[in-house]
Design a protein around this ligand. Structure first.
Ligand code: MTE
Ligand code: MO
Length: 258
């Protein structure tokens, strides 16, 4: 056959040229595709500012997928490791006091709960202390690299929900918490908020929580890094939108799970 015959006659030099041509063609097509992909990502809308630190939507979607994986991976039955009380640190480490500096006014301290319906409840510390107390000794971890075995006591968040008839509000996707002055705020996914080891802590080492550790009540959420353990809770709200989160706005992972 004519063509077959011609092919046979290609010199080594011609063969190299042809291969180079094909390689370059593939390279050009792939480069083009990569550039198009980059342009698509670059021009894709940024996620809501202030909530997810401005990642482009496709990237955020990928991050959310990983989040989901970890969320399912650690189900509600998965408990954080606990320790005997003797292992708890006597000198509890202290970190930043954004929104919780100074001494709070402990007389008439009220915890505000904003329900999905818009209804607002004001709950006193006496009401909270009157309910069964839960204690936990576990390894508290800060994203800055330190960890310490600590002993906390308070009201399980899920018991709080049940006692104040807030079960209906747990159909919301998130819980948001803020300090009374709104200087520090965190958002939590509902499964972590209702996790059996999450507590509204009013005791540290068996005594009332000191001012610099979040008096009169702070969040202890062992399935999360320290940043989510908001000190001095002023208000709690339920929401289907991601509540604003102080450190997520500054580039930290919104989920911040262990
Ligand atoms: N209100 C408020 N809560 C906060 C913080 C803060 O600056 N303000 N810092 C968080 C961080 S980063 C950590 S590690 C823990 C530290 O708690 P501690 O001071 O009791 O050790 O609190 C968290 N809760
Ligand atoms: Mo931290």
């Amino acid at each position: 056959m004519e063509t077959k015959h011609k092919k046979k006659e290609l010199t080594v030099d011609q063969k190299i040229k042809r291969r180079n041509f094909i390689s370059f063609g593939i390279f050009a097509v792939l480069s083009g595709a990569a550039y198009e992909g980059w342009q698509w990502l670059y021009h894709s809308p940024a996620e809501e500012q202030g909530v997810t630190a401005g990642a482009h939507k496709p990237l955020r979607r990928a991050l959310n997928k990983t989040e989901l994986f970890f969320r399912n991976f650690f189900s509600n039955n998965h408990l954080v490791k606990t320790y005997p009380k003797e292992r708890a640190a006597k000198n509890v480490r202290h970190n930043s006091d954004i929104g919780s500096g100074g001494t709070p006014n402990l007389d008439n301290y009220m915890l505000q709960v904003k329900r999905l319906s818009g209804e607002v409840l004001n709950i006193s510390m006496d009401q909270i202390r009157a309910l069964p107390k839960t204690e936990i000794v576990y390894d508290f971890k800060c994203v800055e690299g330190w960890d310490q075995i600590q002993y906390w006591g308070g009201l399980k968040f899920i018991d709080f929900i049940e006692h104040f008839n807030l079960a209906g509000d747990t159909r919301a996707a998130y819980v948001g918490l803020t300090t009374p002055d709104k200087g520090y705020y965190v958002g939590l996914d509902m499964p972590s908020a209702v996790h059996p080891q999450t507590i509204l802590a009013y005791e540290m080492n068996g005594k009332p929580v000191p001012a610099n550790h979040g008096a009169p009540v702070r969040l202890i959420i062992p399935v999360k890094y320290g940043i989510k353990n908001l000190k001095r809770i002023g208000s709690i709200n339920f929401s289907n939108k991601r509540p604003p989160d102080y450190w997520a706005e500054r580039g930290y992972d919104y989920y911040s799970g262990l």
